[in-house]
Ligand binder design. Structure first.
Ligand code: ADP
Length: 401
């Protein structure tokens, strides 16, 4: 039987999963990737094999299809279609690991309790991430489960980069900058040398630009600063999130506009960013197609690019210089126009954009002696698969009590 790893990424109405073969190779081999969407309503499941061919495409109607049903359906599908495969462990993308977890961790009752205590720090994500862990612990108590955190990669930042200028007692309570998208940044850091050996030992800003968006400053592959802070709301404007905001705006929303805290949170998380500014869409592809004719679409894109440029300057200062920029995420990997606009805006840094290479998707976007720009596709799931494998290896090496 071939041991395999199941990687789960659970959202509010979706369950993404991937299955990897647990082999000796540095990069675990991807066998299947699947997406359950519309949980709680009209659910839909699509599974592709390692070559990208659809191997399951099913629709499920009715409220009966929640996360538990989806998870059990995936387990049953794997049993039916994965003959010769044995599930060795499950890895979960968990948004918040707090201060305690700076690496993947085996989830036992105590760890689960610790992670539940972090729910107030990430109320929109953490509960969904933890639910499959709880379900699987009940159904399959002997199955090893490993949590991999979006915050972990940033735990090694200098203390000063993690502080807000708030009363010390609030910092002690956990009100500090954690940073997110860490699995993506850890993956990019791990492959830099494959693109250019010099990158791994230089000062790089990685731009993870998707529906969620942030920048991370890497000094010799380690995170030293990032644009997201206490929550995944800070930093760049995103698909529907506002990004960095004067805290005074929140008081105005509560006092003068009469919004409740929940309503204000909804506005900042779901009605702002590209969607809010354009009044049209959170989808960059759609905004690009409208921008020629619609000034609101153009303004939303311009603000997105402007804010990236400002944060790029800030992270360059944190790094004490800039050797390269890496673009990743759905927009960073696919939208040549955004890349070109960001690099033209950062002409002060000396980027010499190679327009043809950018239009072709890179991977290298610049020429000449100035700082380089690259496109590197991210792969958070394979980072989780590596994390599970390392955690299993570590457990195996522990002396028996
Ligand atoms: P998530 O943060 O949800 O994982 P993604 O990384 O998939 O998001 O990024 C989604 C964003 O990428 C959307 O704004 C989408 O329009 C954009 N995108 C994807 N493909 C393209 C493309 N070919 N051109 C421009 N934007 C694209």
């Amino acid at each position: 039987m071939v041991p395999v790893l199941l990687v789960l990424n659970a959202g509010s109405s979706s369950l993404k999963f991937q299955v990897f073969e647990l082999g000796e190779a540095e990069e675990p081999l991807r066998l299947f990737r699947g997406l359950f969407e519309g949980l709680g309503g009209s659910a839909h499941l699509l599974i592709r094999d390692g070559a990208g061919n659809a191997v399951a495409d099913e629709a499920f109607e009715g409220p009966g299809w929640g996360h538990e049903e989806a998870l059990l359906h995936v387990a049953a599908w794997l049993r039916a279609h994965g003959s010769g495969l044995r599930l060795a462990a499950v890895g979960h993308r968990v948004v918040h690991g707090g201060l305690a977890y700076d690496a993947p961790v085996h989830v036992d009752a105590e760890v689960l309790e610790n992670l539940e205590r972090l729910v107030p720090l990430a109320p929109l994500h953490q509960p969904h991430n933890l639910e499959p862990i709880r379900i699987l612990r009940q159904r399959f108590p002997d199955l090893p489960q490993i949590a991999c955190f979006d915050t972990a990669f940033h735990r090694g930042q200098p203390e000063i980069a993690q502080l807000f200028a708030l009363p010390h007692a609030m910092t002690e309570r956990g009100v500090r900058r954690y940073g997110f998208h860490g699995l993506s940044y850890a993956y990019i850091a791990s492959v830099l040398a494959a693109y250019d050996p010099a990158l791994a030992s230089s000062r790089v800003v990685v731009a993870h630009l998707g529906n969620g968006a942030s920048l991370c400053a890497l000094d010799r592959g380690r995170s030293v600063a990032t644009t997201m802070g206490f929550s995944a709301l800070d930093g760049l404007p995103m698909g529907t999130r506002c990004g960095a905001l004067d805290a005074g705006v929140v008081f105005y929303m509560l006092r003068e506009m009469g919004l409740t805290p929940d309503e204000a949170e909804q506005v900042l998380y779901t009605q702002s960013g590209l969607r809010g500014v354009s009044g049209l869409s959170n989808d960059m592809r759609r905004l690009r197609s409208l921008a020629g004719a619609d000034p609101d679409a153009g303004r939303a894109i311009d603000l997105f690019v402007y804010r990236i440029g400002r944060e790029l300057g800030s992270l360059t200062a944190a790094l004490g210089g800039l050797d390269a920029v890496v673009f990743t995420g759905g927009i960073g990997e696919n939208d040549a126009a955004t890349r070109a606009e960001v690099l033209r805006g950062a002409a002060w840094a000396g980027f010499a954009l190679d327009e043809a290479a950018n239009a072709a998707g890179g991977p290298r976007l610049t020429r000449g002696p100035g700082p380089a720009a690259w496109v590197i596709p991210t792969d958070e799931e394979s980072m989780i698969a590596r994390g599970i494998r390392d955690a299993l290896d570590h457990a195996r090496r522990q002396p028996a009590l």
